[in-house]
Every structure is written in C-alpha cells, then in structure tokens.
Design a protein around this ligand. Sequence first.
Ligand code: SAH
Length: 530
Amino acid sequence: MPGLLISQSCSDQVHLIVGSSALSLSRISRSLDCGASVVLIAPQPSTPLSNSTTWNAELQAKLSQFSKLTWLDREFDFQDLTTLGRTEVDKVVDIVFVTLPSSSPLRSKISERCKRLRIPVNVADSPTLSTFTLLSTHMDGPLQFGVTTSGTGCRLASRIRRELASTLPRDISKACEKVGKLKQIIEQEDAIDDAENAVYDEVGHNDDDAVQTHKFNELVIEEDSSIDKKRKQRMRWLSQIVEYYPLSQLSSISIDDLSSQYRHNTQFVINESNTNKNGVISLVGSGPGAPGLLTTAALSAITTADLVLADKLVPAGVLDLIPRHVETFIAKKFPGNAEAAQKELLEMGLTALRLGKNVVRLKQGDPYIFGRGAEEFIFFSKHGFKPVMIPGITSALSGPLLSAISPTHREVADQVLICTGTGRKGAAPVIPEFVESRTTIFLMALHRLRDVVGWLKDAGWRVDLPCAIVERASCPDQRVIRSTLEHIPEAFEVLGSRPPGILVVGNSCAVIESPSAGEKWCIEEGCSLF
Ligand code: SAH
C-alpha cells in the first residue's frame, strides 16, 4: 500500500510525459500546476483517432499558454531520461509519466530503466510498474489536500475528495492566508535575539504538530521566564484561535479583528505574569459522554485551562475538545488504587494551582452525583483555592431520557431516586424501600447486577416490575436493554456488558417502550443524538 508521506516541491523540476493519450493532457496540467517544466514526447497520432483533432487542439492551446511546456513530436528514446533534465542534476529528469497504451512493450522497459536510475515513474493503470501513485488533489490557494484509496479506485478517491472539499467553507484559503499573516505578526513582534529565535522556530513555527502536542499524563511546568512565557502565551493564543474558532468564522474574520484580540490577550497575559496571582480551580461536569451535551460553560473552561485533570470515564469525544497544548492528565483510577489515584490527582491540582495555573478538574456527568465532587471542593477550599463549580448533565437523568424513559410520568411515577449499587469499599449498599410510584436509578450497579436484583427482591420489590439497563448513554454505541426485574440479570449475562451503564427500575420504564408480549427482553442500539 503506498504511504502518503510527502508533498514534494516540484517547482523547476523537469517532468517527462511519454504517450499521446487524453491522460497525457491531464498529466501535463497537473505538473504545470505544481510549477514543473514539462516535456511531452509523443509523435502526432498518425491513425485518424476519433478524438485526435481535439487532442491536437488542446495540446496546441496549452503550448501557446505555457512556456514551460515543450512538445517533442517523435518517438521516445531511452537517452531522453538522462539528457532532458536540469543541468544541476546532471540532466536526469525528475519524474516520468508513461501514458502509452497497455499493449506497448515500452511501458515495462521505461519503468525498469527509471527504477534503475532512481527516477520516480508512474505507468498508467499499472501499480506494479509504477514507483508512485497520484493523489486526487484539491487545491485552493495555500490549502491543498490529496486523497488516495490505495489503488482501489481513483473515481472513488475523486468523489471522496470532492465531498471533503464541499464540507469546507468557501473562503477557507483566505483563512489559511490570514492565519499565516498573524503568525508573521507574532514573529515580528516577538523578534528577539537570534539564538533564542532559533530555538523558537524549531519548536514553534515550522511544525504545527510541535506547538500543539497533546501531552497526556505528563505534567510539565513551564519555565517562568517572562519573555519565554509571553512567547508561549502568544503561540498558545494563536493555536486556540486556529483550534476553536469555527472554520466558517475563521475564514470571514479580518486580520485586524485577530490582531486586536491578540494584543488585548497579550496585554492581559503580561499583566497577569507580573502579579503573584494564585491559580484557579474549576470542578467541571462533562455530561454523559456526547460532546454536544457539554455546557458552554464547561467548554469554555476546558478550552482556557492550563491543566485538565480528567476522570477516566470522560470519553474521547470530549477529551478531543481540549486544545492540544493544554496539559491533560487522565486519572489512572482502577479498582484497588482509587484512593491513591485520587490523592495523586488532587496533589497535582494543588501543585499547579500554587504555580498560578488555571486548573480544570473534569468529571463525568455532574460533579456532585457520585463524583466525589464535594470531597474535592472541601480539599481545595481547605488549601485556599475555593473551586468554581460548573454543573454537568448527569447520566442518571440523561440516560433515561435518551432511552425513552420519563422518570416522572402523570399517574405512573411521581418521585425519582438516584442511588448506588455499590456501598463503601464494595459492601452492599442500603437498599431503598419499594414505592410503586417511584423511578429508581442505580449507578455503579451493573457489575453486580444479580446481587442488586436479589437484594431488591429480598426487600419486597415486585419481580414483574419493568426496568431497563442504559449503557454508554449519549454515545454512538449506546445500548438499551428493556426487561423486568425477573429477567434482567439473565439478559445482561447473555448479552455481556458495555460499561458504563445504569439500571432504571419502575413502572415508568414501560410507558413509552417495552418488550413485546412473550419477550423476556428487547434491545435497542445507538443514540438518537447521532
Ligand atoms: N457523576 C456521574 C456519575 C459518576 S459514577 C454522573 O453524574 O453521571 C459512575 C457511574 O455513572 C457509572 O458506574 C454508571 O453507572 C454511570 N454512568 C456514567 N456515565 C454513563 C453513561 N454515559 N451511560 C450510562 N451510565 C453512565
């Protein structure tokens, strides 16, 4: 499979095209577009091809339009490979395209010779004779992208390329140009002595990946030299704009708008670095999983943070929204080390706060629903950092909603209880009494579902009570299993688990949807949000 490794500079190269098919005309255009000089070697089509007149006319039009195009009206000679190129590379041509008909014995011979001379060669419709394939490319000013389906179909690649291009705002190339200009302004304003600049260029300018590395699980405390900090802040600001402005706005924003925000922001940063201001901590709820269910307050918190300390349950879709340059630590909380991991996380937060950082503690769902949010509130407050609290949509209530269960429903359910299936240190929890008109939502219960259901039965809950398991609520792979208390453990054992999930029990579970008569359970896959 060809590797999509490089985009090559073709300007001033010499590309040789051998053959007089319609394909050679399109090869000519592509090479000229990339800035290469093109030599076409093809005798005038002698047989009166049905389309030879058009071919000639099109070629003549190109010849009069492009001075970099030469046509040699003759047969190919192997010497052409080493005599028509640039002087600085000893006249070896840079790339060869063979568009001769598949019956031509020259195809494999040219390919062989090119391979020996290490000239990249492409023979039409022959991956084995070619050393490279062509991409279906999109070019719009400075923006270019190429699609390959690795030889499985160039028509498909072209269709995919068109579809991708159609999703971009029309003036995306302007956005690229504007961002480039802004980078220049930052470079000019931040011009410092050569040595430092060299380092800066190495890490910050030439390679977009370098400036936006997403360093998971690695707390890196920045050097606090003010000039260094200022530069990092400026690059950070630019990265944020590029990362978070909707593309459509980015392309319509003026360079002046960007510059004034840039100055405003820089001013703010410099002032801040001159004070001994303490850090800020926010305890932020991330919602059940779908990025769309983050609140705008949560989104703003994670996009402006210096450090994000995330629960491991926070799904990738949400983590993807954290700018790459923001340090992100995902709690390594596993059964058995929860306390140690929690302590480690809190200590990290505290260290960063003392360095004046803006810390976000990102928690699944809502921070105060089985999230140890209050413990953390007390911890940070005691150390002098009172957290800003940002609520999240809890899985306890969004799970039922996304699975067609209304926890309250007139004449069916008039109260809702959220509780846990796991007591402290894994012991049995206090089992709530059975109330006919209540919907009970159990979190952290599925790994011991049979036990939980057993305890409920012991406490007098009816076995024919409708219930549902909602797993990965709001995620594309959400799954709902509807059943009764009697059959739900069996269903879950047969189907296997897809954590995290909740158990919802009560008459409300059968109001909108329920298994058909005679069915012990039914399953629904997917989430209406997707
Ligand atoms: N603070 C979180 C709950 C944390 S306790 C909230 O408000 O949602 C962890 C439990 O939450 C899991 O064991 C599971 O029962 C539930 N849970 C979290 N996310 C879930 C999701 N997307 N779908 C279903 N259950 C989820």
